[in-house]
Design a protein around this ligand. Structure first.
Ligand SMILES: Cc1cc2nc3c(=O)[nH]c(=O)nc-3n(C[C@H](O)[C@H](O)[C@H](O)COP(=O)(O)O)c2cc1C
Length: 251
């Protein structure tokens, strides 16, 4: 039960779209369905930033942001500083991206590394939930929410996302983020069955409404969102047909 949530205080939503497919991202289709529910009263200021359009230099590993300065990165001539401002002023931050090799796409890792300056220095502190070593956030705001919305090709979201979830449990703390994990998404959209798509996406719109109301989604709700749209057998046939037709395009 989350007590520090007042849906009427929520004003700004920042979406970081980490798909290299930018506005053609399949994941973004789910994210937009979720946003529709989140913003049913049309009062939210929603900004979508395409990570692939940002100029982001890799972290230099100098640790200046932890030592010599209080959270300031020495690289000042790229887009990380404005992105940090957007993150700090958003009430809800949504990272929307596909699963790449059971992790986040490279552009998101590049951004994540550069956000080291937003983490507290490690001085032996432990996460309250599991006693593991834990940085915690430099600018922790208990009213802010962080949501990951990710889609993947596999059927079993639980297994495919195991490493990404462990990574985020360690970065954010186990219950400090919400992960909406969506299998088989590209195939669902590729088949253009508009009725099936709209019924499927409606689940995410309802989840967006619920999240706005209560500031979290239960494990049961999250599991329901991760149910694949197709049976394993049907999906196998769709995939075979898809790769056959791709091969034929090359002929
Ligand atoms: C480089 C690369 C790596 C991928 N790795 C995985 C993976 O590890 N597991 C998986 O289920 N799907 C994987 N996929 C499939 C994508 O996650 C999936 O097609 C996703 O829905 C694409 O989302 P987007 O349209 O938003 O980019 C990978 C795709 C690419 C291009």
């Amino acid at each position: 039960m989350v007590t520090n949530w007042n849906k009427d205080e929520v004003k700004k939503v920042l979406v970081i779209n980490g798909s290299p497919n930018r506005n053609r991202s399949n994941t973004l289709v789910v994210t937009k369905a979720f946003l529709k529910g989140l913003n049913e009263d049309n009062k939210l200021d929603i900004e979508i930033v395409n990570a692939s359009d940002l100029n982001v230099k890799p972290c230099l590993g100098c640790l200046s942001c932890w030592g010599r300065t209080a959270g300031e990165c020495v690289i000042r001539n790229d887009d990380i500083l404005p992105l940090k401002e957007k993150i700090l002023t958003a009430d809800i931050i949504i990272a929307s991206y596909p699963l790449y090799f059971f992790s986040m796409p490279g552009v998101m890792k590049l951004i994540t590394d550069r956000l080291l300056s937003m983490m507290a220095t490690y001085e032996g502190q432990k996460a309250p939930e599991n006693g593991q070593s834990f940085h915690g956030f430099r600018y922790y705001n208990e009213k802010q929410r962080f949501i990951i919305i990710s889609s993947c090709a596999y059927t079993e979201a639980k297994a495919a996302y195991q490493s990404l979830l462990l990574q985020h449990d360690a970065i954010c703390g186990k219950s400090n983020y919400t992960a909406i994990l969506v299998p088989q998404m590209k195939t669902l959209l590729d088949l253009h069955n508009e009725n099936k798509i709209s019924r499927y996406l409606n689940k995410f719109t309802l989840a967006g409404q619920l999240f706005r109301q209560q500031g979290f989604l239960s494990l049961e709700e999250l599991e329901n969102l991760s149910k694949p749209p197709f049976t394993e057998g049907a999906y196998k046939i769709f995939l075979n047909n898809f790769w056959e037709s791709e091969k034929n395009k090359g002929k």
